[in-house]
Design a protein around this ligand. Structure first.
Ligand code: MG
Length: 288
């Protein structure tokens, strides 16, 4: 199943994308609810009778209850490029031996097709990071690796947009990664049952890539994660109860603009496409 949030008749509505068409969740299940409500409560019967034309897509969960939980340097090739160009590191700091967690504020998250401000008055180094995001489906405390799969509701694509100069200036990554609009997600949340079938399996091995104005910048597979999804959920849930609707961004592979020579930061007019196999393409445009 694919869940979406979109503008329809001027109002933000939850919906289902089924066989190439959008349906209002309220029509399909007979009562009004948000995607977040649906993750918490579910539904057993669906009816797809009246497709609608969304005016624009929003992020599937435009206003998450809490910050996005992010993992830093979770692909070895990206950890190396960061160490060589952005933040000198050696030993355990070069390739992490425990997951690096931080959070990213979102309110609201833009959706597929949205234009995002580069905040050019404040930063000149805005960069992209294509990531697989995990959506938690049920309260999860002290999960084992084996429990992790059942904790997941589904997956989406997240672009962990980052102002590198702000990130460096303020030491903590929070500020440079939390500027307004810097967390587009979508186009849909695809449920675990749809993603986890072979050959993707669990944890899912999915091709992940990012293109800027059509040029391929990032290309990898989620099987290259240093700390895989079961490890991330098992580790976090030892001390934090993960809640339905929590979103975990699993990290980005090599190919960020800041590690290119010379660095290639985003500029007004750029189009960035983050693509993950079996989920789709998240496309965003950038303006001053
Ligand atoms: Mg990231």
């Amino acid at each position: 199943m694919r869940l979406a949030t979109f503008m329809y008749e001027g109002t933000e509505r939850a919906g289902i994308f089924n066989e190439g068409k959008y349906f209002l969740l309220a029509d399909a299940i007979g009562r009004e609810m948000s995607v977040l409500d649906f993750i918490r409560e579910g539904a057993s019967e669906f009816e797809f009778t009246r497709p609608v034309e969304p005016e624009s897509l929003c992020a599937p969960i435009p206003r998450p209850m809490r910050n996005i939980i992010c993992i830093g340097k979770n692909y070895a090739d990206h950890a190396k490029e960061v160490a060589e160009t952005i933040q000198s590191a050696q030993g355990d700091d070069l390739i992490p031996t425990t997951p690096i967690f931080f959070t990213k504020a979102v309110c609201p998250a833009p959706g597929d097709g949205a234009t995002i401000s580069l905040h050019s008055h404040f930063t000149q180094q805005v960069d992209y990071e294509a990531e697989l995001a995990v959506i938690i489906g049920k309260p999860t405390y002290r999960a084992t690796r084996q429990d992790a799969e059942n904790a997941i509701f589904g997956y989406t694509i997240l672009n962990d947009i980052t102002a590198r100069d702000v990130q460096k200036r303020h030491s903590q990554w929070f500020f440079g990664k939390s500027l307004d609009g810097f967390c587009p997600m979508g186009p849909h949340i695809v449920t675990r049952d749809e993603i986890g079938l072979p050959p993707a399996g669990f944890p899912p091995a999915l091709k992940i890539s990012c293109r800027v104005n059509g040029d391929l910048r990032q290309s990898s597979c989620t099987s290259n994660l240093i700390f895989d999804i079961p490890e991330i959920i098992a580790t976090l849930s030892q001390g934090i109860t993960l809640l339905p609707g929590d979103i975990i961004a699993t990290g980005t592979p090599a190919g960020i603009g800041g590690a290119m020579n010379p660095p290639q930061y985003l500029k007004p007019g750029d189009k960035v496409e983050c693509e993950i196999e079996k989920i789709g393409i998240l496309t965003n445009y950038f303006a001053v």
